[in-house]
Design a binder for this molecule. Structure first.
Ligand code: FMN
Length: 203
């Protein structure tokens, strides 16, 4: 069973990225995936305190809600992270989660013990109010580096400029449609990859 984890990184419930991610998850469900929704505002995630407590173990020493999220990241085949742009980056909620993946980075790069038992793919959804060409560049770099810590191959992003008020994305039905199709395609793509593997294909 294909497992999809949707991470809702906006503090605004029912806002634009929430709506888009929900569409993507509905698309994934349509293709038979088992979907879990994770709203970061429901979790208390302390920022990384740079204690290097994970360097020797690959495990974070801070015993907060993030401890429940690590296994979810590792058990999922597809991780769709949604965050609006706040000051050219992801939201604080999202960044706290990402910085805490330092433990996974340590496991992979210091302890040379990658988390790659199952095939994973990561995807990013974002919106911003302004229209600049570089609006998403910072966030995309951050998210790519995050996915790499647990060997989720970067599957791309779906981003929309000029979206500001709560629910404004609803005025763009083509965006919702794209999000739905993205969820479907991610699941179909992973299924295809797996059947190639089973057939002893080249990958
Ligand atoms: C603290 C804060 C910082 C923001 N920074 C930016 C920014 O740097 N660039 C931008 O285009 N929009 C920025 N925005 C606007 C949001 O990205 C925009 O309203 C978005 O639609 C919110 O998505 P949501 O409904 O999913 O929370 C910011 C909003 C807030 C509250």
């Amino acid at each position: 069973m294909m497992k999809v984890l949707g991470i809702f990184g906006s503090p605004r419930r029912g806002g634009n990225t929430d709506i888009l991610l929900e569409e993507a998850l509905r698309g994934a469900e349509k293709e038979g995936a088992k979907v879990e929704r994770l709203y970061l505002t429901d979790f208390n995630i302390t920022p990384c305190i740079e204690c290097h407590g994970c360097d020797q173990t690959g495990k974070c020493v801070i015993l907060d809600d993030m401890q429940r999220i690590y296994p979810k990241l590792l058990e999922s085949n597809i991780i769709i992270l949604a965050s609006p742009i706040f000051f050219y980056g992801v939201t604080g909620y999202t960044k706290a989660l990402i910085d805490r993946s330092q433990a996974l980075w340590a496991k992979k790069y210091l302890l040379k013990n990658p988390s790659s038992k199952i095939k994973r793919r990561g995807f990013f959804i974002s919106v911003g109010a302004t229209k600049g060409e570089k609006l998403f560049n910072g966030a995309i770099l951050t998210v790519k580096y995050f996915f790499d810590t647990f060997d989720a191959e970067y599957g791309g992003e779906l981003v929309f400029r000029g979206i500001e008020g709560k629910g404004d994305i609803l005025n763009h039905p083509e965006a919702l449609q794209q999000a739905f199709e993205t969820g479907r395609r991610l699941v179909l793509g992973m299924k295809e990859g797996q059947s190639h593997l089973k057939k002893g294909g080249i990958r």
